[in-house]
Design a protein around this ligand. Structure first.
Ligand code: A2P
Ligand code: 11C
Length: 337
């Protein structure tokens, strides 16, 4: 059977990767529609070599659509997911709009595929934040074995997480600065080229950013409601690939050797941990593929049962588009008729 798919935000950084993932993974697509803002309507893109004209997103865009992949920002998801669901489409939403809704499953296929079963309540399944996805892919096998009690995570996040305007801004700033020009700063509050910004998204009253609190709340919803977790999220001048320094405290002792053994066979994970040979995960290796790379595994000698890890993945692929398409694959394989 083939399925009619709508890609909402088809012209964006994540939307265009969703299209590529559908092609690469040979998803059984019947009709495909590309939706974006009025600015892009009429633009011609392709699907498997055939032209597809971009249409303006409206409430009437979802007639006959089986699955709508949303990545056009939270406001569009809030406004249009209910219309798409009412028209009979299942929405897989990459924005943060619906993630914490108790009637919306928040899914990472390697971690909690069973949650997809609850898709019918609102007709919406949420794709977690990119920094959450790669962290729980790496931690789930360790949690199953040793029960993680506490996580301390610091992120090093690529500009592609912000979207195509931020990719262009880093590119422009680097080129301009190398020519001695003063940089234009528009997407981020400060220059991002040759700099690090300890702010991703806006600040909450607590002093944490929204990005940091997404990691806290989403991890609890996906993996374990009672896990203690604290996060610091930092934007770095990298185009593709988020990196994370993750410290965990476990209930049961977890040695480096055991962690490596568990991660070697974990779904979606590639162990890259040979420090003597200078091998460890780097964003330039993670970019363009779908696995979460894990390395630099060391015991945290400051506590009884602690481990440090370095976790890297392509934020646009596994952190967004691939995860959404994997959810769609399970949905059509197991749930949709
Ligand atoms: P458009 O290209 O027409 O602006 P990115 O995350 O790379 O910035 O991409 C955002 C995506 O969301 C783009 O496809 C963009 O379309 C789409 N988008 C932004 N605003 C709207 C809107 N008001 N209605 C529909 N799509 C939108
Ligand atoms: C970033 N993680 O790297 C963000 C992007 O909630 O889906 C994704 C924001 C989200 O900037």
């Amino acid at each position: 059977k083939q399925w009619n798919i709508a890609v909402v935000g088809a012209t964006g950084a994540v939307g265009s990767q969703m299209i590529e993932c559908l092609e690469e993974r040979d998803f059984p697509v019947g009709k495909i529609s590309y939706l974006a803002s009025a600015r892009s309507a009429g633009q011609v893109l392709e699907f498997k070599g055939k032209p597809v004209v971009v249409e303006e997103l409206t409430r009437n865009s979802f007639e006959g659509v089986d699955i709508a992949l949303f990545s056009a920002g939270g406001d569009r998801s809030r406004e249009f997911c209910p219309a798409a669901a009412a028209a009979g489409a299942v929405c897989i939403d990459n924005s943060s709009a619906w993630r914490m809704d108790p009637d919306v499953p928040l899914v990472v296929p390697e971690v909690n595929p069973q949650a997809i079963a609850g898709y019918g309540k609102k007709g919406i399944i949420a794709n977690p934040n990119c920094s959450t996805i790669q962290m729980v892919v790496a931690l789930k096998p360790l949690h199953d074995y040793a029960t993680i009690r506490r996580i301390v995570v610091s992120t090093y996040q690529a500009v592609s997480g912000t979207g195509s305007k931020a990719i262009a801004e880093l590119d422009r700033q680097v080129k301009g600065l190398l020519q001695g020009k003063s940089p234009d700063v528009s997407v981020y509050p400060h220059q991002i080229a040759f700099n690090c910004l300890p702010q991703i998204d806006s600040f909450e009253e607590s002093g944490y950013t929204k990005e940091e609190m997404k990691m806290v709340n989403e991890t609890r919803k996906i993996m374990a409601a009672d896990i203690r977790i604290t996060a610091t999220a930092v934007r770095v001048p990298v185009f593709y690939g988020h990196s994370e320094s993750v410290n965990i405290e476990t209930e049961k002792k977890l040695t480096v050797a055991k962690a490596r053994e568990l991660l070697k066979k974990a779904p979606g994970v590639k162990l890259v941990d040979d420090p003597a040979k200078g091998r460890y995960p780097m964003p330039m290796d993670a970019a363009g593929q779908d696995l979460t790379l894990v390395g630099r595994i060391r015991e945290d000698e400051s506590i009884e049962n602690g481990l440090n890890l370095w976790v890297v993945a392509d934020n646009i692929r596994k952190g967004a588009a691939t995860n959404a398409v994997q959810i769609a694959e399970i949905l059509v394989g197991k749930y949709l008729k």
